[in-house]
Ligand binder design. Structure first.
Ligand SMILES: CC(=O)SCCNC(=O)CCNC(=O)[C@H](O)C(C)(C)COP(=O)(O)OP(=O)(O)OC[C@H]1O[C@@H](n2cnc3c(N)ncnc32)[C@H](O)[C@@H]1OP(=O)(O)O
Ligand SMILES: O=C([O-])CC(=O)C(=O)O
Length: 371
């Protein structure tokens, strides 16, 4: 290998792409999405505005938003007989694996599978964005021997998604906080799953393959799987004192505490976690679950004092999803559904300016052996 070769374990700090999509400016505490700041977007706009921004490069006018909403509604349904796939899976299948399988299976139905141009990828992205919530909600229902919940065309996108998950019509407040959580999860520069999708796309493979790989990446508890792990921890602890005790125990055993730390934010609070903390405060007041908010705050405080670590988005999204009545096994699939738009935008960008990813190694095995 040439002498100037740099090896960074985990590609820590390595730049892997040039992008117009998003950037984490840690010093300014800003998550930049095509020039806008994510938290401000979440306070002033809705998930579908962000979808249009990522997909088309600009925030939509009212008529563009309506057109997008219509385009999504006509694509909510899954192909005839699609649920058979989930009926054949073992009941123990994690919904994230069912989702990964579902995305892969949808490829066979897409007439534009070979599309690589931006406009065609945008159309495929709309189809995926519309269908993935249906896959998430109904793979779960089928695996749990529950009746499937048909999408309601007349509902706004995120209200319909939450409705399909719970089978209950969400209150406007719940629907708003769910929409905001989808915005928080929509796009985040170059996490492992986005890198995975870009690596797959760089071989000229299709969007479904890129997203299938990204789903496998996102499942891991060092990434998207952490939101489920956080909720299990909170439920195991039961009370604020119990949570403090559990965290102390885990730290003593040198375990990683799910929902804390981040490769890019490192020792700063994830701005998305701050917004979800506010959402949790409102929801816990609304649902008389101040105890849950208190537990989370105590955990945040303890981790700051003991480890100098701060919450990432998953830490506060988990209790928000709990209060919205979302089954814990669906927290990571919901994260993926929200991230679908970011992933599609990255894949489109990769196709538009492609260079095959093919790094090298520092070989430290033996040489000169003979059979
Ligand atoms: C929306 C998302 O996907 S955000 C990520 C969600 N993932 C989690 O919440 C899982 C828990 N967090 C972690 O495991 C890590 O913070 C990661 C994987 C997110 C980032 O990790 P990296 O940048 O690779 O840092 P790394 O894991 O090497 O940690 C650096 C140091 O901080 C410690 N540390 C980091 N996160 C944690 C944590 N959550 N709990 C305890 N210690 C931690 C490590 O033990 C390590 O300490 P050491 O140097 O004494 O060995
Ligand atoms: O950026 C990361 O590495 C992980 C993350 O927070 C995300 O994907 O939202």
């Amino acid at each position: 290998m040439p002498e100037q070769t740099v090896y960074k374990p985990g590609l820590d700090g390595v730049v892997a792409a040039v992008t117009k999509l998003s950037y984490l400016d840690v010093d300014a505490e800003e998550i930049v999405i095509r020039g806008y700041e994510l938290i401000e977007l979440a306070e002033k706009t809705q998930y579908l505005d962000l979808v249009q921004l990522l997909l088309r490069g600009e925030l939509p006018s009212n008529s563009e938003r309506s057109s997008l909403e219509m385009a999504l509604r006509t694509e909510y349904d899954l192909p005839d007989g699609f649920f058979q796939l989930f009926k054949q899976l073992p009941k123990e299948t994690h919904p994230m694996d069912a989702l990964r399988t579902g995305i892969s299976a949808l490829a066979g139905y897409d007439k534009q599978l070979e599309a690589r141009k931006e406009e065609e990828i945008s159309q495929t992205a709309v189809r995926l964005l519309a269908k993935i919530p249906n896959v998430v909600a109904n793979s779960y229902h089928i695996l749990h021997d529950e009746p499937a919940v048909d999408p309601k065309q007349e509902l706004p996108f995120s209200t319909n998604f939450l409705y399909m998950i719970t089978g209950q019509m969400p209150t406007p407040t719940d629907a708003d906080f769910f929409d905001q959580s989808l915005m928080m999860y929509s796009e985040h520069e170059m996490p492992n799953s986005t890198f995975t999708a870009r690596v797959i796309a760089s071989t000229n493979s299709d969007l479904y393959g890129a997203l299938t790989g990204a789903a496998a990446s996102l499942k891991g508890n060092l990434h998207g799987g952490a939101n489920e792990a956080v909720m299990h921890m909170l439920l195991e602890a039961k009370t604020t004192d119990g949570f403090r005790h559990l965290l102390h125990q885990k730290l003593k055993n040198k375990e990683k505490i799910m929902g804390f730390g981040h490769r890019v934010y490192m020792k700063k609070m994830d701005p998305r976690a701050t917004l979800m903390k506010k959402a949790l405060k409102c929801l816990s007041d609304d649902k008389q679950r101040g105890d849950l908010y208190e537990m989370c705050e105590a955990g945040e405080q303890l981790m700051k004092e003991e480890k100098g670590l701060y919450p990432n988005l998953d830490y506060y999204a988990a209790p928000v999803y709990y209060l919205l009545g979302i089954p814990i096994d669906l927290y990571t699939p919901v994260f993926f559904a929200a991230r679908t738009i970011g992933l599609c935008a990255h894949v489109a960008e990769q196709y538009g300016n492609n260079k095959l990813f093919r790094p090298r190694v520092l070989y430290n095995g033996p040489r000169g052996l003979h059979p």
